[in-house]
Design a binder for this molecule. Structure first.
Ligand SMILES: Nc1ncnc2c1ncn2[C@@H]1O[C@H](COP(=O)(O)OP(=O)(O)O)[C@@H](O)[C@H]1O
Ligand SMILES: [Mg+2]
Length: 726
């Protein structure tokens, strides 16, 4: 057929009708149109057709993708009729071997759009490498991309690139489909011919699925400016030289939930959310879990329990859809390979498996090299060798690395942990605990340490605290709890310690120092949360035990006395609190000295008792003394210094020196905003106190964000002079 014959739609329609072997009447009948309308179009009386007419005609002519939309556009006068013929030529020789589309494909809209945009926009981006751990959805994304944008490609060829030796055969098959090579041609001749044909044609899509390295794929790339696009999927990193590398992330939570709910009958959104969280939103695991639950009818809670105790077995169960093998098998294979290639890197992977699935700061390893086993210890103390080791680990996508540290998916962790023989697992867990304990940033009241605490805390929470044999880790728990309280995160602090007194009592004994410490901290958290009755009982019991075990003057005994006194006062027994505090202050001055921070905290407590009992002068004098000492020792911004300032302001306010109170509260508020942040309870208390000063002075408060709280709470009389002791 000659192109000039059909420059108008009339000619095109006549041509297609004749090729289909239909008369005008037959076509009209097949399309459900009147013979007249077909005839008018063929004679050019009507130059264009309505869209619904065009669709009916295309169906009757048996046109399929991608010709059909072009035909409809041409019928409506939106596209030259010649384009339809070009599309038909393409379709006739259409080479297309992309795997079937997954009807349950979910989400990934943004990523698909990004990939599309980059492929279309720039020359350098015509090759893109999707990389990430096994099961994260790389193959699915490439498949979906090919189907979704099929209209803009004349050919799409899928190449399984995992085994490099088999790429050539698959390219030869493409060459045969395109008619540019003959069976039996030499391999190099085929390569050259197919690449030349592709460069000639344009509008093609090549997908190299599961490639191992750039070197494997590079010989098969037609090169920039050749009018086609390449997608590579790989577990490996390091594609920058041949492609734009796109790291794939796990699914967004609503996407995981949608997949689970679509496959498992009667699954509530709540349960789906909990499952998705436990599966770390990994698509393969989500799909495997959905299959397993749909097949077995197991309840969500039971599945979660199985996952926590027998992840390896569960994740070895049947593969999801078309996925080759299970997550456990894929991860196991990589772990085996790493083990034989580089045992030290494999060791590092195992250690990571016993930490949280959150970024692990690299300093945790490099600052604690001596706690790592043999070869890995040597690597951790040599920056270059260390980088190489990290690269080995991340290359295979067993873990990811960025400026925050190394991060391993929770299921990878579960699988690696369960693969280890019991003795090796115990040793590796011990190693993880040791480096964690060695990473203790110390000094929780000091905000300088907080960024490091923030990095460490998830790993402390993930550790087996009930069962650990490492006393330094137990000590770290104490500090972490203290840090959380300093940050005002009482909820997490409670989660951290609520079961430990009981668990450690069973394991270490009732009088073990760590059992008592855990009880002390639990008492403190309860106090912070306003659960005074429970706190008092616990504090009383801990105080009594510590007195007996450690002696009356031991610092820990005195801390318990201090916290007990706070709860007594909170519960209204102020005189008992004052007597206990007076005794504590006397002992602490004797044992630790006048300027020791614990002495000063206890003294602040005593001042609060005196204040509450109406002995305001004594309270003010004591508080002034404490403030002076703290400013000297800790500086003006330290939370303890600001606590004193707040206490002194309360005394001054009650003694009628409102201006002095206002100045102190104003200064404390500014410093707390800066140091603790706008929403910290102490900042809010300062704002509230200042509002009270200003109200009494007849000035209008200008408090901004804190106003809401002040309106709700009214003045808070030095709530934080009741600061417990660690
Ligand atoms: N977007 C998605 N929607 C639904 N299921 C998905 C999606 N992505 C992945 N999956 C599921 O996860 C499995 C593994 O995905 P796949 O793309 O094969 O992973 P890989 O990253 O290893 O290539 C698939 O077989 C499918 O069941
Ligand atoms: Mg894949």
């Amino acid at each position: 057929m000659e192109q000039q014959e059909v420059t108008a739609f009339a000619g095109l329609l006549r041509l297609l009708r004749t090729e289909a072997g239909l008369t005008q009447e037959e076509l009209a009948e097949a399309a459900g149109l009147s013979p007249r309308s077909v005839s008018d179009l063929e004679r050019g009386i009507n130059r264009t057709a309505r869209k619904d007419t065009a669709v009916l005609l295309s169906n009757a002519l048996g046109l399929t993708e991608p010709v059909r939309p072009t035909f409809v556009a041409a019928a409506r006068g939106l596209t030259p009729a010649a384009d339809v013929l070009a599309a038909m030529r393409g379709a006739r020789t259409r080479a297309w071997n992309v795997p079937a589309r997954n009807p349950g494909f979910t989400g990934r809209e943004e990523l698909l759009a990004d990939v599309r945009r980059r492929l279309q926009s720039a020359d350098q981006a015509v090759v893109q490498a999707l990389h990430g751990m096994g099961g994260i959805g790389k193959t699915q994304l490439a498949t979906e991309y090919a189907h979704r944008f099929a209209d803009s490609y004349d050919l799409a060829w899928w190449i399984n690139a995992e085994q490099v030796g088999l790429i050539g055969d698959q390219v030869a098959a493409l060459g045969l489909a395109l008619g540019c090579v003959q069976a039996g041609d030499a391999a190099e001749a085929i390569r050259t011919a197919v690449l030349a044909e592709l460069r000639d044609r344009g509008r093609w899509l090549l997908i190299f699925d599961n490639a191992e390295s750039p070197a494997d794929v590079a010989p098969w790339l037609p090169g920039g400016g050749s009018g086609g696009h390449v997608l590579i999927t790989s577990r490996q990193r390091g594609w920058d030289e041949v492609a734009v590398a796109v790291e794939m992330d796990v699914l967004a939570r609503p996407e995981s939930v949608a997949i689970l709910q679509s496959r498992v009958a009667m699954l509530t959104e709540d349960d789906a959310g909990r499952l998705a969280a436990e599966l770390g939103d990994l698509p393969l695991a989500i799909a495997q879990a959905a299959d397993f639950m749909a097949d077995t009818g197991v309840a969500p809670d039971e599945f979660l329990m199985l996952l926590r105790t027998r992840a390896l077995q569960l994740l070895s169960e049947g593969s999801a859809g078309s996925y080759p093998g299970s997550l456990a098998a894929a991860t196991g294979l990589i772990a085996d390979r790493l083990e034989s290639l580089d045992p030290a890197a494999a060791e590092l992977a195992s250690v990571c498996a016993f930490l949280a699935p959150e970024p692990i700061p690299e300093t945790l390893f490099t600052d604690a090299a001596s706690f790592l086993p043999g070869e890995l210890a040597a690597r951790a103390s040599d920056p270059l060798a260390w980088r190489r080791t990290i690269a080995r680990l991340t290359r295979q996508s067993l873990a990811r690395v960025d400026h925050r540290g190394l991060q391993m998916h929770r299921l990878t962790q579960a699988i690696l942990r369960e693969r280890l023989a019991p003795a090796r697992a115990t040793a590796t867990r011990g190693c993880a605990e040791a480096i964690l304990a060695a990473g203790n940033p110390g000094d929780p009241p000091n905000p300088v340490t907080w960024p490091r605490w923030a990095q460490l805390t998830p790993h402390v929470l993930a550790a087996d605290l009930a069962g650990t044999n490492n006393p330094d880790l137990r000590e770290l728990v104490r500090y972490t709890c203290w840090y959380l309280i300093e940050r005002g995160d009482n909820r997490t602090a409670l989660d951290l310690v609520k079961d430990l007194p009981e668990q450690w009592r069973g394991r270490l004994g009732e009088h073990h120092e760590h059992t008592l410490t855990a009880a002390h901290y639990l008492g403190w958290v309860l106090l912070q949360m306003g659960r005074y009755g429970e706190s008092r009982d616990l504090n009383q019991a801990t105080f009594t035990r510590r007195r007996r075990v450690l002696g009356e003057d031991h610092p820990d005994t005195l801390y318990s006395a201090h916290n007990l006194a706070i709860t007594l006062r909170k519960l209204g027994d102020v005189e008992a609190a004052r007597d206990l505090d007076q005794d504590t202050v006397d002992r602490q001055r004797r044992v630790m000295g006048d300027d020791h921070h614990s002495t000063l905290r206890a003294a602040a407590m005593l001042a609060a008792d005196l204040r509450e009992l109406g002995d305001l002068q004594a309270a003010r004098d004591l508080e002034q003394d404490i403030l002076d000492r703290r400013r000297r020792a800790l500086g003006p911004d330290h939370p303890d210094t600001l606590t004193s300032a707040t206490g002194l302001a309360a005394d001054l306010r009650q003694l009628g020196d409102l201006e002095a109170a206002r100045d102190l509260d104003q200064d404390a508020l500014e410093r707390r905003r800066r140091v603790l942040g706008e929403d910290h309870p102490d900042t809010l208390a300062s704002a509230s106190n200042l509002a009270a000063d200003l109200r009494e002075l007849g000035e209008a408060p200008k408090l901004g964000r804190q106003r809401r709280y002040c309106a709700e709470l009214g003045p808070i009389q030095a709530i934080d002079a009741n600061r417990p002791l660690s």
